[in-house]
Unconditional design. Sequence first.
Length: 458
Amino acid sequence: METAAIILAAGAGTRMKSKKPKVVHEVLGRPLVRWVVEAAKGAGADRVVTVVGHQRDQVIPLVEEDTTVVVQQAQRGTADAVLAAKEALADFEGAVMVLSGDSPLIRPETIAEMAALREEHNAAVIVLTMELENPFGYGRIVRDGAGEVARIVEQKDATPEEAAITECNSGFYCFDARDLFSALEQVDSNNAQGEFYLTDVLAIARAAGRPVLAYKTSEPAQCLGVNSRGQLAEATAVMQRRINDAHMAAGVTMWSPETTFIGPEVTIAQDVELLPSVILMGSTSIGEDSVIGPNTRLTDTVVGCGCTVDETVAVEAQIDDGATCGPRAYLRPAAHLCENAKAGTHVEIKKSTVGKGSKVPHLSYIGDTTIGEGVNIGAGSITCNYDGVNKHATVIEDGAFVGSDTMMVAPVTIGAGALVGAGSTITKDVAPGALALARAKQQQMEGWVAAHPIQKKK
């Protein structure tokens, strides 16, 4: 049977103290609502409908590519939000999952199990429940004498006896589509909040003689809703542990899992070693036997096998097999270290290729440059790529040696096997195999210090 998912992403989230809607805030680089979309798809949902409302201009770009977006014009409660999706699912007759867009920890396996349970029992609804030591703020699950779900009572509508119940509503449901939209037409706003509660559908379904069942999770954390910065931090910590545990189980060594943060799209091969304070985000991938860290942040960066990346920030860079980087290096977009190349201490590289076995060991900036194989760049050297208006390219051919403190003013080419003396400012092409010197002649005046005593300040 087909399964659809309705993701409620219309909440304002004023407790976040933010200009952004809460579902736009991120856990490990992925917006909250995207975590829920991916969970729905991972559970096998054939269709996904996202209901947006407050500040929807910031939410729609996150979901419009792979979900159907509908608008809840006025925020009048969860039942009204789900009803907004009725037209989008007008021809749908399967199971409909209703998911909270601010609950990023829900597991695809849980969603799939709820759908299977609903189909097995031909139930009108399966509600995901959880046991909480402190249930304040959550809707309570009220069961009948037979132990079945009778209704859900919201915190503000609960009697003292009902408020003492510790089994709580998670806000996740699996409905029969026909039962759902039929019951929604009967929901009213006769409650303390004056809103249309989706939870009222359960009582309506029971009154119609349809089964209403609970699926109690043993992991309440996956139902955590993010309504504050503190809860955002809690969700991040839970997801961090999940992701790190999965990588360690697959053969990745982490010295300090609690200081290691890995995004959901990162891939890491077996026998990679992650030292403390490592952040891997975006589509970053790490090859076998590489050592990353400490104090390293890689975003959308490809690292090959057997690399050492120490105290490095890299964004949209490529580090090939056996290359080394850092400590305290910065690889900007389109930086490419070829096989066994090196970018050393306090080196910044932008939109440049460092050829096989070539080295930029320390205190240098390389921008818009193509460096061949077996090149050595001396300390403090710069390819001067910007004239104030346009960027220009530098080419340093195979086997060249560039002395320390050299300025190469682009556009310029250093020929194969050429040698550039330290302290030079190169403004013209250097022929292959040539020695280039471009510095002022040293002068020496004997006895000058004695004739011009320097008065020391007291």
